[in-house]
Design a protein. Structure first.
Length: 256
């Protein structure tokens, strides 16, 4: 069934959709380093995967959604010492989130779930600041940031094969699995076979809280956490099915 991608729609099609739904999904992710084996577009692919799966599952329930154009940049300071990484300022992220939410709400899409595939604490704070500003300017606006990561890690433990899926945070088994599923030609297999399991994510957030803000300083000198070598496209598929279920649950809660 056809999904409603704002980028692909005419103004008449948007107007017709306004009468059917007030729900919008807003995916976002950075151009960020993911190990030495994956492309910069992992988080954008991840956000789109969750969004599209969730939109299809909601459509199957008879609930239409508008899919806003994906934001391909966020605050991603933690990877900024690696070639190719691009990060945005806090204020830039907050301003973009505010403007996009207000833009969607102007046309009646005032129930918004933001699906951000990058969990850096400062980026999350910037998104929440943008939501706060937008909410102060638009009555009836309800915006939620998906907690797919927080709720998804416990659920995926039975799907992943790694020794510690709870510490598989970045460019590990399930993110590598997603790229094997969607863009296998972009996985550098020669680099992948060099990567040993890295479970330093056990200490990630305490190190960030202590002021460290670079993958090289928080236990990921090659910008990955987890076990990418054991990744399969089948695992990626199952994990993102779980993540998208969480987004569906969040949308249903938002529109109660």
């Amino acid at each position: 069934m056809k999904l409603n991608y704002l980028f692909n729609m005419t103004t008449k099609q948007v107007r017709n959709l306004e009468g059917k739904t007030n729900i919008a999904l807003f995916p976002m992710g950075p151009c960020e380093v993911h190990g030495t084996h994956l492309p910069m577009m992992v988080d954008v692919t991840s956000a789109n995967e969750m969004t599209e799966r969730a939109a299809q599952k909601l459509k199957d329930k008879g609930i239409e959604t508008l899919i806003a154009p994906t934001l391909h940049y966020t605050l991603a300071d933690i990877a900024n010492s690696f070639d190719g990484n691009i990060t945005l300022k806090f204020e830039t992220v907050a301003n973009i989130v505010e403007d996009v939410c207000l833009g969607l709400a102007k046309w009646g899409f005032n129930k918004i779930v933001i699906i951000c595939a990058h969990g850096e604490p400062k980026n999350n704070e910037a998104i929440k600041e943008g939501i706060k500003r937008a909410s102060l300017k638009k009555d009836g606006l309800k915006v939620k940031v998906s907690a797919w990561f927080h709720h998804g890690l416990p659920r995926m433990s039975s799907v992943c094969k790694g020794e510690h899926p709870e510490w598989d945070f970045h460019a590990g088994e399930w993110e590598t699995g997603l790229i094997l599923l969607r863009h296998p030609e972009l996985v550098d297999q020669e680099e992948l076979i060099k990567l040993k399991a890295n479970y330093e994510a056990e200490h990630l957030f305490e190190r960030i809280s202590a002021g460290k803000n670079d993958w090289k300083d928080v236990g990921a000198p090659l910008a990955y956490l987890g076990d990418p070598q054991i990744a399969t496209k089948e695992t990626g598929d199952k994990v993102y099915d779980i993540f998208s279920d969480i987004v569906v649950e969040e949308v249903l809660e938002l529109i109660k």
